[in-house]
Design a protein around this ligand. Sequence first.
Ligand SMILES: NC(=O)c1ccc[n+]([C@@H]2O[C@H](COP(=O)([O-])OP(=O)(O)OC[C@H]3O[C@@H](n4cnc5c(N)ncnc54)[C@H](O)[C@@H]3O)[C@@H](O)[C@H]2O)c1
Length: 244
Amino acid sequence: MRIGIIGCGSIASEIISRSKNVVAVYDICPDKCKKFGIKICGSIEELIEESDLIIEAASTEAVKEYASKIIDSGKDLLIMSIGGLVDDEFRDSLFKKAFEKNVNIYLPSGAIGGLDIIKTAKIAGLNKVTIKSTKNAKILGVDCKTRTRIFKGTAREAIKRFPKSTNVTVLLMIITGMDIEVEIYADPDIKYNIHEIYIEGAFGSAEITIKNHPTPENPKTSYLAALSPISILEYIDKKVLIGV
Ligand SMILES: NC(=O)c1ccc[n+]([C@@H]2O[C@H](COP(=O)([O-])OP(=O)(O)OC[C@H]3O[C@@H](n4cnc5c(N)ncnc54)[C@H](O)[C@@H]3O)[C@@H](O)[C@H]2O)c1
């Protein structure tokens, strides 16, 4: 399978270091792609032409700009900037188009986990889903002396305020189909990106805590998030699916 990547940042670096199938990249700043030593495309159309699967690892704007074009071309699409799917109308039309064109859209678990529990629990009904995310204050651009809550609201509001740090909240919103409660904390001393997820429903309740190291290239991006598309690539052509 020929893989093309949009965005030559920290997630692209991790994927390219672990997969031999990446054949081409595209970035609005082409200079950022030179470090990889693989084909640099001059346009999104050229990247689509070169690839069977496109991985978006760029920005929420990139999702809005390119996703429909990629699906129209009949190519599979893996989206990292899940925040780009926050608009219901846009997301529904994209998913519908994927069905019509018989192509796959992959939304990786990114910086969180426990989605297997959530999907399973949802079958009998969920009544509460919350996420508390704590990040280093500097990463969030906040000046504080102790751990401070800087946001409380819905995933839709969170991604507007913090478009690079709350993709996981939109993923939870999509997978649960609920307007989940989000709290964001800035901590001046913390070195991890912490996500604490709580779910409650007919099945019982679950608490899932993930303490993420950031990637070396981009402190906003958790290492686990950069690894998550690779776990999808490892599963894509498997006939036995475990823990999905
Ligand atoms: N789903 C998750 O859990 C999760 C976790 C971390 C990061 N992310 C998201 O994944 C994306 C990539 O993360 P990263 O750490 O690699 O970012 P990064 O900032 O290290 O790299 C992004 C690259 O994309 C390029 N880019 C931005 N907009 C573009 C566009 N419209 N067209 C082409 N190139 C464009 C930039 O020039 C940059 O080189 C970000 O949107 C980030 O918010 C998602």
